[in-house]
Design a protein around this ligand. Structure first.
Ligand code: 5GP
Ligand code: MG
Length: 180
């Protein structure tokens, strides 16, 4: 199992992100909206680390489905619009790959009346990102490899791993040190 970010590195990376956010927002309240399902663990750990007034909510978005390891068309479910009017909005996702997901959500969110809209991701596959859309904050840049763990899945599995590891869908999971 090739570790991309250990549980310890996640803790320290999230703590330094929290310090940068505290500096940026200067004590102003922030509404943090995590994209489901991938950002759940990140959201839970980040909000407990922040020393500024925080509210949080979630948004269901699908970009990656089934066995595909490349993002398809982005679907943003807007059955629930988080109450962001008059607040600073920080959108969280697990990973920024092509950028299509966060770009679509950011554009949508601009119509919700937030004071500002920013994005933060755990991982950034910078080489795959189309020009013009960058995360405002990220914890770690990674090369173009498929990863699972700490919220990231393969066919709904492995989200619960406390660290982020490389995963090759063409090799049996057991041979990669993961349960099948
Ligand atoms: P984007 O829209 O930026 O191309 O893709 C973002 C979404 O693609 C992420 O939220 C994630 O669901 C999925 N994705 C991209 N790369 C990976 C990866 O290496 N592992 C997993 N599990 N999902 C990925
Ligand atoms: Mg996702």
């Amino acid at each position: 199992m090739r570790t991309v970010i250990s549980a310890d590195e996640l803790r320290t990376g999230i703590a330094s992100l929290a310090r940068r956010l505290e500096t940026h927002y200067q004590g102003q309240p922030v509404m943090i909206v995590g994209l489901l399902n991938g950002s759940l663990l990140f959201l839970a750990d980040l909000v407990r680390e922040l020393r500024i007034p925080v509210e949080y909510d979630t948004l269901r978005v699908s970009a990656y489905r089934g066995e595909a390891t490349t993002a398809g068309a982005v679907r943003v479910e807007v059955g629930h619009v988080p109450p962001v009017r008059g607040r600073h909005l920080l959108l969280l996702d697990d990973i920024l790959d092509t950028g299509a997901t966060l770009q679509a959500v950011t554009e949508l969110a601009r119509g919700w009346g937030a004071l500002s809209v920013r994005t933060a991701v755990l991982l950034w596959k910078r080489d795959r990102t189309r020009a013009g859309f960058l995360p405002d904050e990220y914890i770690r840049e990674i090369p173009d490899v498929f990863v699972v763990g700490y919220g990231l899945d393969y066919n709904r599995k492995y989200r619960q791993l406390p660290k982020i590891v490389e995963f090759d869908p063409s090799i049996p999971a057991a041979r990669q040190g993961l349960p099948s």
